[in-house]
Structures are given as structure tokens and as C-alpha cells.
Design a protein around this ligand. Structure first.
Ligand SMILES: Cc1cc2nc3c(=O)[nH]c(=O)nc-3n(C[C@H](O)[C@H](O)[C@H](O)COP(=O)(O)O)c2cc1C
Length: 368
């Protein structure tokens, strides 16, 4: 279970198959008396400052809410199994997973529609009107007509880059192709919506691109926001080097050599304005994955080596970008550069397959 305070109430949520329940905070003490297999009578004895009947009655209610389980019951066995299978991911990942499962698909309520039409619509684009900017060229690039199959099979994660800077043209093509609007559609009560080359749940397009350019021609080493409406780079801060890039990205190999890094961040309100259930947070991560794949394929097609990571220091990234973490989440870091000529191919051999578990339950082979 997970317990939390919500809107002034103490809530306990046996999150696998049970709804959250508001309890009196003192119930936590009763729950704690059941931290090993204990009968209600034993618990009543241990909590001798409470009336025994109160403890026994509370135990019955807690059992009904799934907050207690009976020894040997299928629920207790399932609890053990889940603790085992989720292991160190529990409770954070398991809570989010189960608490956002099997939810009915929600359509906009009349109240929500009213709210949206009365000025509650979040802005379609993120923009920094006061920032200095570089307007990017919109030159079409014939390389993007390369066969899809070629890009799909050439794509690989690069972790070693040459010192050759990325050109302004390549950056502009990539940003426009991955993050720019492909067209606008009528979202009725939501107004016009953007379509990109990647799908986005509800066409909310809550994801923005922030660009760090340690090694690009015609662009100072700086931090920018990509203004998708204008196809421009809005300057947030001058000065950005490879050391900072590595530090922001948990020193993942190659992040301190890549020509540029794009931090994909979610302006959560743009998603939340339509989808009220926390399950929608899953959708933002899926959206980021789509953008990441389009980025990797487009970068490959342009002859660049892409890299992506979820290993970054959220607080440091958001503070560098001047983003309020109460309203924004950094979801993905996408980087690229010209691949180093000595980038090794890590193809496998017979020995590697010998040490592979190809089938569940297959006896392991020692590594020597
Ligand atoms: C969501 C995601 C996060 C990743 N994070 C890292 C990372 O932190 N460090 C790293 O070296 N590679 C990272 N990678 C790259 C993967 O390790 C790589 O995709 C995998 O080894 C398969 O190789 P390929 O991309 O060349 O096919 C990440 C990939 C994805 C999709």
C-alpha cells in the first residue's frame, strides 16, 4: 500500500485492485501493529491504550479495503509475489503502474469544455518573446528522401563523436522535421492543434525542445529554446560546453562529445488541460519516445550519429533552462554529432551467444 496526505485527508491506497480510502491518521498506528502475521486479538493487546473492540473492528474494515491481508490467502500470496517481481522498483514504479491501470477513457465533461472556451486553453506554443533569437533557414533537404529502410537499419546509438561541428543547416532541418508543425488540425473546443511528424496523444504537443549547442557552426555555444511556431532559436543563456553537457547527462559516454543535445521537456498543463487522469503522464513519456525515434531516424538520414538517454540530472537541467519543475518535466535527452571515424561496431560472436540465456529456465553457462 501507499499512504499519503491529499486535500487534508490521510489516504491509504492498496493500489493493486483497490480504490484509495481516506482514513483517520491514527489508523496508521493500527496498521503498524500488523507488520508481521498478527491476529486482531494480538494487535489489540499490543495497542493497549486503545479499546480492544476498536482495534478488532478497524482490522475488519482494513481487511475489506485491501489494506490488510489474511495469512495464506490468495491476496497475501499475490502480495509476496509482487514484492518479489517489482523488487527495487517498488513502491514508486509499482504504485504508479497499478494506480493508473484499467481507467475508463475519459471524454471532456461539459464543465471542462466550458473552462476551455473561457480562456482555460493553454497556449499552443511555448515562446520566449523577449529573448534574442536566431531565425532558422527553412531550406528543404533532399537527403530526407533517402529510403526509409536505409535509415532504419543504419540507425544506431553513437557514443563517440568527431570534433566536426554540426552545421546550422542540419540543425535547422532536424529541429523543423522532428519538432516543427507538419500541419494544423481542428481540435474543436481545443482550437487549432499541431500535428508533428510523430504522433502525440490527443495532439496535445506538450513536449518542447530545448537545445544546447556546444559545437555548432553559426550558433554560439549556448542554451536555446526551439520556437516551433517561428522556426527559430530563442537564446536562454550564453555559454555551454562539453563539460557541462556531460555533467547534466550523468556523464553518459559521448554526451561530453556530442555536437548538440536536445532536452525534451513536458509543459504538463498542455496535457492536463484535456486529460485529467494521472494515466496521461504515461502518454507524455510515450510521446517523448516517438519524438526520440523520429529524431534518431532523421539524424541518421542526415549522416549524423544520434544518442539518447534518460540519465540526466532533472534538477540541474531544469535549473539551467530556467524551467519551473512544478509545471515542467524533463523527459528525454537527445544528442547527436558527426560520428567518430573509429566508432566500433559491437556485433556479437559465438562466445557471446554461449553466455546468453536464450530460453527461460535454461541453465546458465559460466563466463570463463
Ligand atoms: C530510453 C533510452 C535511454 C537510453 N539511455 C542510455 C544511456 O543512458 N546511456 C547509454 O550509453 N545509452 C543509452 N541508451 C542507448 C541504448 O543503450 C541503445 O539504444 C542500445 O544499446 C541499443 O543500441 P542501438 O541504439 O545502437 O540499437 C538509451 C536508449 C534508450 C531508448
Amino acid at each position: 500500500m501507499t499512504c499519503y496526505w491529499h486535500r487534508g485527508e490521510f489516504v491509504a491506497h492498496a493500489y493493486r485492485g483497490h480504490a484509495p480510502v481516506a482514513l483517520h491518521p491514527s489508523t496508521a498506528e493500527i496498521l503498524s501493529a500488523f507488520d508481521t502475521w498478527t491476529t486482531p486479538a494480538q494487535a489489540a493487546e499490543a495497542l493497549d491504550h486503545l479499546h480492544p473492540e476498536t482495534v478488532v473492528k478497524a482490522a475488519g474494515t482494513l481487511l475489506e479495503c485491501g489494506l490488510l491481508a489474511e495469512e495464506g490467502s490468495p491476496e497475501a500470496e499475490e502480495d509476496e509475489r509482487l514484492a518479489d517481481t517489482w523488487g527495487p522498483w517498488s513502491p514508486e514504479a509499482s504504485f504508479f503502474h497499478y494506480a493508473t491501470r484499467d481507467v475508463p477513457f475519459e471524454t471532456a465533461t461539459p464543465e471542462l469544455r466550458q473552462h476551455l472556451t473561457r480562456g482555460g486553453r493553454p497556449a499552443l506554443f511555448t515562446e520566449y518573446p523577449e529573448a534574442d533569437r536566431i531565425l532558422l533557414p527553412s531550406t528543404p533537404d533532399p537527403r530526407l528522401s533517402a529510403p526509409l529502410e536505409q535509415s532504419l537499419y543504419l540507425r544506431r546509438t553513437h557514443r563517440s563523436f568527431s570534433a566536426q561541428p554540426v552545421s546550422l543547416h542540419d540543425l535547422a532541418v532536424l529541429l523543423g522535421t522532428v519538432f516543427g508543425p507538419a500541419e494544423f488540425i481542428d481540435g474543436v473546443e481545443y482550437g487549432a492543434l499541431i500535428r508533428r511528424t510523430s504522433p502525440s496523444g490527443g495532439a496535445r504537443q506538450e513536449l518542447d525542445a530545448y537545445l544546447a549547442t556546444p559545437n555548432a557552426t553559426g550558433i554560439p555555444a549556448s542554451l536555446f529554446h526551439y520556437n516551433a511556431r517561428e522556426h527559430s532559436l530563442e537564446l536562454l543563456r550564453e555559454g555551454f560546453n562539453h563539460t557541462e553537457a556531460g555533467a547534466l547527462c550523468a556523464h553518459q559516454e559521448g554526451t561530453d562529445q556530442a555536437a548538440f543535445i536536445i532536452f525534451v521537456t513536458a509543459a504538463r498543463e498542455r496535457m492536463r488541460a484535456k486529460y485529467r487522469h494521472p494515466r496521461a503522464y504515461r502518454v507524455s513519456h510515450l510521446n517523448a519516445g516517438h519524438l526520440g525515434q523520429t529524431f534518431a531516424l532523421a539524424a541518421t538520414t542526415l549522416g549524423l550519429g544520434p544518442f539518447q538517454t534518460a540519465a540526466f540530472d532533472d534538477t540541474a537541467v531544469e535549473s539551467s533552462l530556467g524551467l519551473d519543475s512544478a509545471t515542467h518535466s524533463t523527459l528525454y535527452a537527445l544528442a547527436a554529432g558527426h560520428p567518430a571515424s573509429d566508432t566500433p561496431t559491437d556485433t556479437t560472436d559465438l562466445n557471446a551467444f554461449r553466455h546468453t540465456t536464450l530460453r527461460h529456465g535454461q541453465p546458465g553457462r559460466s563466463d570463463d
